[in-house]
Design a protein around this ligand. Sequence first.
Ligand SMILES: [Zn+2]
Length: 81
Amino acid sequence: MPMFDYVCRRCEHQFELLMRSHDVAQCVACGSANVEKRFSVPALKTSSTRGLAMHAAKRRDKVQATDMAVEQRKYEESHDD
Ligand SMILES: [Zn+2]
């Protein structure tokens, strides 16, 4: 069964529904059938989440590289013989 994101036009509640072909979507909060199917949201959510994760991973790599450089210098300083 496909799952869809909806937003209620009456109370602006956002929710997900499993829809069979002849079901009528209704707001889970207020029961209104005046709801809008949102196709673009899951795709947008996925790509922006992935972008943020990539950004965080890159930043983490940079921090680790800096830490390693500091550790290396400490090692060299303490083993100066
Ligand atoms: Zn509603």
